[in-house]
Design a protein around this ligand. Structure first.
Ligand code: ZN
Length: 257
């Protein structure tokens, strides 16, 4: 343990351990399209740490090479369809806005799901990760109609099911400083987000059963981000009661369980 910031993180994990509870983390990496060097570096890091990682793949931009030769600890999620912003000027970015007719959005999603299934030879999960972590509210309940049974966004979920037949597992720690240079947010900010979600779960202010999700974007990682990730995987291995769960295990569960 290197400093007070990491110590605070370890202390929070220890509180869980003292309560006889497991700290569960999961890892989602967004914007995968091709096996570029940064993505290969991320996969190598996950493999050497024996930690499962879920890649959010953009169906219309993905290549077959992306889905070839992946280890069993890598799962594939559907990251929208084309990752194109359809929000009007002044609105927050979104691929799935209220302006797009519901049936049009559903048809696009079905097509994207089919593309990803074909590329991955049926290995991708039926889980939507909407670009920019948002989508039209009215679309959510309709997702099961096109075969989607999972949803992953950002922020503590309010319930395990986002709608009938739709399990959700979100991310809670974003390591990129989107509004400040798009580099690493810094270990203090990253670990503070994790401690905040863990403490909220522990104290009953957030769904205590939702695994804390670490969100990465391989294409944006600077050396500081890579160093942090390596250290995080190292440190969590040595903390008692901490484990990294595989997204496919969660999403394979019963839709309304
Ligand atoms: Zn994205």
């Amino acid at each position: 343990m290197v400093n007070a910031i990491w110590q605070a993180f370890a202390d929070e994990c220890a509180r869980w351990h003292d309560l006889g509870r497991k700290v569960e983390f999961w890892w989602r990496d967004d914007d995968a399209t091709q096996p570029v060097p940064a993505l290969l570096r991320l996969l190598a890091l996950a493999k050497s740490a024996a930690v499962p990682v879920a890649l959010a793949v953009v169906p219309e931009a993905a290549t077959a090479a992306l889905c070839t030769g992946l280890s069993g600890a890598v799962s594939l999620l559907q990251h929208g369809v084309d990752h194109r912003n359809r929000a009007a000027a002044g609105e927050r970015k979104s691929e799935f806005t209220d302006h797009e007719p519901l049936e049009t959005a559903l048809a696009r999603l079905a097509r994207g799901r089919g593309q990803l299934q074909a590329l991955s030879e049926g290995q991708s999960l039926d889980v939507l990760v909407p670009p920019w972590n948002r989508l039209s509210r009215q679309l959510i309940a309709q997702l099961p109609r096109v075969g989607l049974s999972g949803l992953s966004r950002y922020g503590a979920r309010d319930a395990i099911s986002a709608a009938q037949g739709l399990r959700q597992l979100n991310t809670h720690v974003d390591i990129i400083a989107w509004n400040a240079g798009r580099g690493f947010v810094g270990e203090e900010a990253a670990l503070a987000q994790a401690v905040r979600h863990l403490a909220a779960r522990r104290n009953g202010f957030a769904d205590s059963s939702e695994a804390t999700g670490w969100l990465t974007h391989h294409a944006c990682h600077d050396e500081a981000a890579w160093r942090f990730l390596g250290e995080l995987l190292d440190v969590t291995r040595s903390l008692p009661g901490v484990r990294w769960i595989d997204a496919r295990v969660f999403f394979a569960g019963r839709a309304n369980a």
